[in-house]
Design a protein around this ligand. Structure first.
Ligand SMILES: Cc1ncc(C[n+]2csc(CCOP(=O)(O)OP(=O)(O)O)c2C)c(N)n1
Ligand SMILES: [Mg+2]
Length: 475
């Protein structure tokens, strides 16, 4: 356990680097990053398990940042991990730099994902948690024992998709999913109280989550919550961290700049910036500085991690020797190569509905592609993804040996979670619904394309003449 003073110093370092990035870029979002710094610091310096020498290691814990606008906080923490250089973060938000705003995916630099569109990011995390359970059911605990961490903010919690994800993750008992909610009561244009007054904790409890409520700027409370969340056996965990927007910020006249909407999406500016850097123990002449004791904290963690992952790699090797066939499969699944399929047995009759043709194909895939997950938004027997389902069974909270994800009527969460499963690695996903309801998935379709994540969309009932359902079902 690290000393509290050191942890606060490290969080302040993340805050200083964050405001410096935004100030230099003349654009960005300092306030949220400053409030969330304590959580990311505790997670990255004490909990997150990754291989410092092999960023793509399949057994790594994963961290998904729903509010991509808080990426300065992520870049700062990754710089402490030595994944980015000071020169890199000085180029924040610049054309062609490795530190764009809202980075999507950059595994080499430790970025699993950050979401531009609020709400989608934590759905990717929930999908990754499903993929981990699915793979654990096939490969075992030795290779699949990692945790999926998500960071969500007020915006993500307000988005409708959070209700879909909340229900699905709770229903499936995704105890490998640990989500921190940065509850700072501030958003882009108002205080949160102007638009939300429900009991968020109660909402997630109703969905079957383990909910912990803490002071999100206190490293001891964060640590305690993460220890407890890691022990949870049956439920996803939501850690509601009450945080202070722009923690430590001062205005030009030296008065507090905390809890101000103005710090959401603009540089602190001029004297406010200088005062803030000083207040946080930094040097306004040299704000891109990493304090030696903070670098040591992260370097010591890297040393510790090298020991932890050496043991994990050794156990994986023993497992691979004892399970050569599974090990070979795992290697192939994580290679992201297209599976080999023998289509020779497939006979398609003439003049059948295309969805029946699709069902026949999915049946072949079900038999030959053991790392395939198919999903449907409560239309499997109509969109004919049941061609796949009939050869397997749906996930339940205690059993991920099947390969079908019943999403219920939740097209957007289904799409995002399927993307998240593929972002996790090791699986291929396809999902079905009526063509007309793909409109509910549009934000995810766009992101899948942008991130080049090859999820498969199965859209049926795409003809003008959809029949008795009438115009609402016509594309
Ligand atoms: C789907 C979507 N709608 C709107 C936005 C624009 N936007 C970015 S941040 C933000 C406010 C978010 O508030 P919060 O999540 O509380 O972040 P904080 O102000 O605390 O940093 C909005 C509306 C977005 N990124 N995504
Ligand atoms: Mg907020």
């Amino acid at each position: 356990m690290n000393d509290k003073k050191l942890m606060n110093r490290a969080a302040d370092n993340i805050r200083i680097l964050s405001v410096a990035m935004v100030e230099k870029a003349k654009s960005g979002h300092p306030g949220g990053a400053m409030g969330g710094a304590d959580f990311i610091n505790v997670l990255f310096s004490e909990f997150l398990i990754y291989d410092p020498d092999q960023p793509e290691w399949s057994g790594r814990d994963r961290f998904y940042l729903d509010p991509g606008h808080m990426s300065p906080m992520l870049y700062a923490a990754l710089t402490l991990q030595r994944k980015f250089t000071i020169e890199d973060i000085k180029q924040f938000r610049q054309w062609g730099s490795v530190t764009p705003g809202h980075p999507e995916r950059d595994l080499a630099h430790g970025i699993e994902n950050s979401s531009g569109p609020l709400g989608q990011g934590h759905a990717y995390a929930a999908g990754a948690a499903v993929a981990e359970k699915f793979l654990e059911a096939r490969l075992g605990h030795t290779t699949m024992q990692h945790k999926i961490y998500a960071f969500i903010s007020d915006g993500g919690v307000q988005e409708g998709i959070s209700a879909e994800v909340g229900r699905l993750a709770g229903n499936l008992g995704l105890n490998n999913l640990i989500m921190f909610y940065d509850a700072n009561n501030i958003q882009l244009s108002t205080e949160c109280g102007a638009v939300m007054n429900e009991d968020t904790g109660m909402k997630y409890r109703a969905w079957g989550w383990n909910v912990l409520e803490i002071d999100g700027n206190n490293p001891d409370a964060i640590r305690e919550a993460l220890v407890s969340a890691n022990k949870e056996k049956n439920r996803p965990t939501l850690i509601i961290g009450r945080t202070i927007m722009a923690k430590g910020a001062l205005q030009a006249d030296g008065s507090s700049y905390e809890n101000s909407i103005k710090t959401h999406g603009a540089p602190l500016g001029g004297d406010a910036y200088t005062n803030t850097v000083k207040n946080l123990g930094g040097d306004p002449e040299d704000p891109f500085k990493i304090f030696p004791e903070v670098q040591k904290l992260y370097d010591d963690r890297a040393t510790e991690l090298r020991k932890i992952v050496a043991e994990r790699h050794a156990a994986e090797e023993v497992w691979a020797k004892e399970n050569p066939k599974k090990a070979e499969q795992m290697h192939e699944w994580f290679s992201e190569k297209a599976p080999k399929i023998d289509w020779s047995g497939l006979v398609q009759k003439r003049d059948i509905p295309t969805r029946n043709g699709s069902a026949a194909c999915l049946g072949v895939i079900a038999e030959q592609v053991p790392n395939m997950i198919v999903s449907s938004a409560d239309l499997s027997n109509s969109d004919k993804t049941d061609g796949f389902l009939n050869k397997t069974h749906a996930f339940t909270r205690d059993d991920f040996s099947g390969a079908f994800f019943q999403a219920g009527v939740s097209e957007l969460a289904m799409a995002c979670m399927c993307i998240g499963m593929m972002l996790h690695g090791g699986v291929i996903t396809a999902m079905g619904t009526f063509f007309v309801f793909s409109d509910y998935m549009k934000p995810a379709i766009r992101m899948a394309a942008l991130m080049k994540t090859p999820v498969k969309f199965v859209w049926s009932h795409d003809a003008f003449r959809v029949g008795e359902d009438g115009p609402t079902h016509e594309p």
